[in-house]
Design a protein. Structure first.
Length: 535
């Protein structure tokens, strides 16, 4: 019996084919992985199945769920089936949830729409939240989304999507922004729901290690076309298409960097403490404080890559903001080449400390042309350089773009190109240190490999020091010389990267490594086995 059937599905915008003649089937209870680079048509295919395509996108072909033609239904008829027969979990839970509505009411809403009395819907919503790991004593249904962690928000989205036990659940990059332990919990939850409820799960992701651990079959898309599909282990062991082989080769960066002598210290962090005030429990009580960073100490040397890893809420990003001088610290100090770093510091030393963030689009002014955006850090210098235009052009060339790209706007570039532009902006003042905060976590495998190779090349040519903040342990192991492990605001382990990964001392480090998804080495052809895979 077939649960989902796509026959000749094509999606066009103007004269451009976004998805071209897609044929795909999956059975009840099957977990099917749909993989491919950004722009390959994966998410558009999911939106087409749900009848949620953007305006202007023309659809043709057949979409059947359990034999029923979804593509011929009216919007009213589709609304009656969304949530009940098919549902979706999106990548970013904060944009999928209503910030003004309590989480229990959001889960109950789907039940009410499909005819459940409101009181019964609220009771079932509380049970559903508990089923996905949000018990009322730990996470009451009366909370708002902003009061939850990223992993808890994603659990709410899963509770909403599965409240009516749909036959088909689509999960579109459901764990991209999550740390490894939370990712493992979410994947285990999705797998358990698929088994217990007998629903089909269409898992859309660019993480092939997740695909290896979750799916029975894999379908590979490139440029809107289905180029290959096979049982998961067979595809990993003997991919038929060059594109699939390229994805597999890029999916796990080779571990370990060549040992090198450390350069002079450029960034020193000594006893840094960062606290945040919390609401008073009652008007006359002293205000409690949360300690986000508790006595962090480390030194970063010229030409060195230092990894900073830990779960969400461990203090990584807070420490990164303190290092960048964006937040004041309550104790300790940060110095760059002997000069103090912090809010209100002189512009000149700040020019030696730059950042590349996770979302390049959100870190640019969309109204500026790229040349102006790249040149923005020049305001940190005593005066703009006389050769400013030449330096902007050189920075764009250094990251693999063309000088004429400076005349375009940031929305005209792909995600990988935007991240290259962000790196060009960070290079423009010729800094000593660049902080990379989840700089490659949102990129697909081949683009990620290109950006990591670019960073390594720039470091070799310019002697840059990197502080690499990431939850992707494969990337950290591949590109760093040393690693710091943070838990609850404290650095619980640090040392050479290979030693920490091969022989971790702290139980928390061992827990992080154990939660990291890996492609089993015996699944890969000998010529493509990933050396020194995570234990």
């Amino acid at each position: 019996m077939t649960l989902l059937s796509l026959r000749g599905l094509s999606l066009r915008l103007g004269g451009r084919a976004l998805v071209d003649g897609l044929d795909l089937e999956m059975g009840p209870g099957e977990v099917l992985g749909l993989v491919g680079e950004s722009g390959s048509g994966k998410s558009l295919t999911a939106l087409a199945i749900l009848g949620l395509l953007p305006p202007g996108v023309a659809r043709s072909g057949e979409i059947r769920l359990g034999g029923e033609r979804l593509d011929s239904l009216t919007e009213t008829e589709l609304c009656a089936r969304r949530g009940r027969d098919l549902s979706i979990v999106f990548q970013e839970p904060m944009t999928a949830l209503n910030p003004m509505q309590r989480i229990g009411d959001q889960v109950a809403e789907a039940l009410v729409i499909h005819g459940t009395p409101r009181a019964e819907a609220r009771r079932r919503a509380a049970d559903q939240l508990a089923r996905v790991g949000l018990a009322p004593d730990r996470c009451p249904p009366g909370r708002f989304p902003h009061e939850l962690s990223g992993g808890q928000r994603q659990r709410v989205c899963i509770a909403m999507a599965t409240a009516l036990r749909p036959r088909l659940l689509i999960a579109d990059e459901p764990t991209t922004a999550l740390d490894v332990t939370t990712q493992a919990q979410i994947l285990d939850l999705l797998g358990a729901l698929a088994r217990d409820q007998g629903m089909g799960l269409l898992l859309i992701t660019h993480d092939l290690a997740v695909v290896a651990g979750m799916t029975q079959r894999v379908a590979v898309m490139q440029g809107g076309r289905l180029v290959e599909q096979a049982p998961t282990r067979a595809l990993f062991g003997a991919p038929a298409q060059p594109y699939t082989r390229a994805l597999l080769a890029a999916s796990a960066p080779a571990a370990g960097r060549a040992a090198r002598a450390p350069g002079a210290p450029v960034l020193q962090v000594a006893g840094v403490v960062r606290r945040y005030p919390l609401p008073r429990p009652h008007p006359f009580a002293p205000r409690p404080q949360m300690v986000a960073v508790a006595g962090a100490d480390f030194t970063l040397h010229a030409g060195e890559s230092l990894g900073l890893v830990g779960e969400s809420g461990s203090g990584k990003s807070t420490l990164a903001r303190a290092v960048l001088g964006l937040d004041a610290v309550q104790a300790g100090r940060v110095t760059l080449q002997g000069r103090p770093v912090g809010p209100g510091m002189d512009p000149a030393p700040r020019a030696g400390l730059q950042a590349v963030f996770q979302d390049p689009y959100g870190s640019f002014n969309p109204r500026w042309r790229v040349a102006r955006a790249v040149a923005e850090p020049f305001h940190l210098l005593p005066r703009p350089p006389e050769d400013a235009e030449t330096r902007v052009a050189d920075a764009l060339v250094a990251v693999g773009l063309r000088p004429e790209d400076g005349s375009r706007y940031i929305h005209e570039f792909s995600g990988g190109q935007r991240q290259r532009i962000a790196i060009a902006r960070a290079l423009i003042t010729r800094p000593a240190v660049i902080v990379l905060d989840e700089a490659v976590s949102a990129l697909d495998t081949r683009v990620r490999a290109q950006i990591l190779a670019l960073l390594a090349d720039l470091q070799a040519r310019h002697g840059l020091a990197y502080l690499f903040v990431s939850h992707d342990l494969h990337v950290v192991r591949a590109v760093t010389d040393r690693v710091l492990v943070m838990q609850a605001g404290r650095i619980v382990e640090q040392g050479p990267t290979e030693r920490v990964f091969a022989r971790p001392d702290h139980p928390y480090t061992r827990q992080l490594i154990a939660a990291t998804p890996v492609i089993p080495a015996d699944w890969l052809a000998p010529a493509r086995k990933v050396p020194d895979a995570l234990p």
